[in-house]
Design a protein around this ligand. Structure first.
Ligand SMILES: Cc1cc2nc3c(=O)[nH]c(=O)nc-3n(C[C@H](O)[C@H](O)[C@H](O)COP(=O)(O)OP(=O)(O)OC[C@H]3O[C@@H](n4cnc5c(N)ncnc54)[C@H](O)[C@@H]3O)c2cc1C
Length: 417
């Protein structure tokens, strides 16, 4: 009976893959319609000239409850970032030791250029406060901007400008820390409980692992959906499909006419890759550029985190820009000059590999949440929504939303006696 039900999932990103997994567990065999040629959506890694290039710098936080539920960390062979960061300034770079995970390590913070002794105490207090709260509690608290929250909590301008601002710009992909304080608290808690990591062979290993667990789902790649009307799916090719249930596991505003114009534009990021003979950081740490005159916000040598990112013994450098910037032929040169100013390494030694301009990197969610009742994923009869945009821009949220949509479909298809 269950195999006769035609359930279509639109989108093979993390959310769509989790929805498929949950549907399979309940005995269904969904069909996944994916516009591109592979699974993963925004979690994607390209192979290029012997390097692994993640499309946009991103990490898995091992404390994500949903990642723990669905991923086999051992099979992914996770490679961990060292906590803390390097503050990169021309002629004056220094390391911040783990301010989020082990505030007690900051013995010298009183004399550090990063913050004050009071900041150290505040970090400790915030860590303890958040550890006592569940994720649901964190997301049900009143929301203000992250910047306002940091000020209200009593952090000094020094630590805000030298650490929080550049660090969280790179996570929220916006420059004012206008992102909800709920998201800040959640991410802060995740960093303090676990590690930032990438799979040994690139972020794509995450969706690939999820796909490998699907045994009954059918994939149709290069199958972009044009529109959903009632329970009918119109593909761009002109083909029409009739469904018993549909999960739209991507932003639905282009597919459902009634939702057009209802979403804020997504946050963007520009990510450039360079290769060098060796890493000038030489440790698996994120480096932050705090001086506003530079375009670069943060950089990391992926090969310091996982050697498998390079097959040719060269170092792979990932640079992220969160400021609005024109992506043209000159950008890579400009960034190489910046990097040279920051490191004193000649600009010509930075060999440009690739530039990714990621227009729809993170959704701007008005009322950020951690979870939602499965019934709330229903948008119309037989049509359900999934995707990170329902909750917050993270792998964790994409997984939750996928599961919730699947639960709603399963419930809707249960026979009524
Ligand atoms: C640069 C960058 C950095 C990030 N950093 C982090 C991080 O460090 N940690 C973290 O947790 N999260 C991070 N994220 C966010 C995280 O990647 C996303 O929250 C998550 O991948 C969203 O998954 P999704 O399934 O909801 O959506 P998507 O990944 O967008 O999946 C949607 C899928 O639907 C397909 N699709 C779209 N339209 C159609 C159509 N009409 N027909 C058929 N298929 C269609 C798309 O091709 C895609 O495969 C980052 C994202 C980016 C881009």
């Amino acid at each position: 009976m269950k195999n006769d039900q035609k359930i279509y999932i639109i989108g093979a990103g993390i959310s769509g893959l989790i929805a498929a997994y949950e549907l399979e567990r309940a005995g269904f065999s969904p069909i996944i319609l994916e516009a591109s040629d592979r699974v993963g959506g925004r979690v994607r890694t390209d192979e290029f000239k012997g390097f692994l290039l993640d499309r946009g710098f991103q990490v898995l936080l091992t404390a994500y409850p949903e990642a723990q539920r669905y991923l086999d960390f051992q099979a992914l062979n996770l490679k961990y970032f060292d906590p803390g960061a390097i503050i990169l300034q021309p002629g004056n770079s220094f390391i911040i030791d783990d301010p989020l995970r082990h505030p007690s390590k900051l013995i010298n913070m009183a004399f550090s250029p990063v913050g004050t002794l009071m900041d150290k105490i505040k970090i400790y207090q915030l860590t303890q406060m958040l550890k006592q709260k569940t994720e649901e509690e964190i997301f049900s608290e009143p929301s203000t901007t992250t910047l306002q929250f940091l000020k209200d909590f009593g952090f000094s301008e020094k630590i805000i400008n030298n650490f929080f601002l550049p660090f969280f710009k790179g996570i929220f992909l916006e420059n004012e820390l206008s992102t909800s304080s709920r998201m800040f608290k959640f991410v802060f808690k995740m960093f303090s409980l676990g590690h930032a990591a990438v799979p040994e062979n690139g972020m794509q290993a995450i969706p690939d692992e999820l796909k490998s667990k699907l045994t009954k789902s059918q994939f149709r790649f290069n199958a972009p959906v044009k529109k959903v009307e009632g329970r009918k799916i119109h593909l761009v090719t002109g083909e029409d499909l009739e469904a018993d249930a549909i999960i739209i596991a991507t932003r639905p505003d282009k597919i459902l006419t009634q939702l057009q114009g209802q979403f804020k534009p997504s946050r963007k990021v520009v990510n450039l890759y360079f290769s060098l003979s060796h890493s000038f950081i030489a440790q698996p740490k994120i480096a932050l550029v705090t001086d506003d005159q530079f375009l670069t916000n943060n950089l990391v040598f992926m090969t310091d985190v996982s050697k498998a990112y390079s097959k040719n013994n060269k170092a792979l450098l990932s640079v992220s820009i969160t400021k609005p910037v024109e992506v043209d032929d000159k950008l890579a040169k400009l960034i190489a000059i910046e990097l040279s100013a920051l490191t004193k390494i000649k600009a010509e030694y930075f060999e440009h590999l690739q530039t990714y301009e990621i227009e729809e990197a993170l959704p701007q969610v008005e009322d950020m949440g951690y979870s939602l009742p499965s019934g709330n994923t229903k948008i119309q009869d037989g049509v359900f929504l999934a995707g990170d945009y329902l909750l917050n821009g993270s792998i964790n949220a994409a997984m939750t939303a996928g599961r919730k949509a699947a639960e709603a479909v399963i419930l809707s298809l249960q026979p009524t006696y």
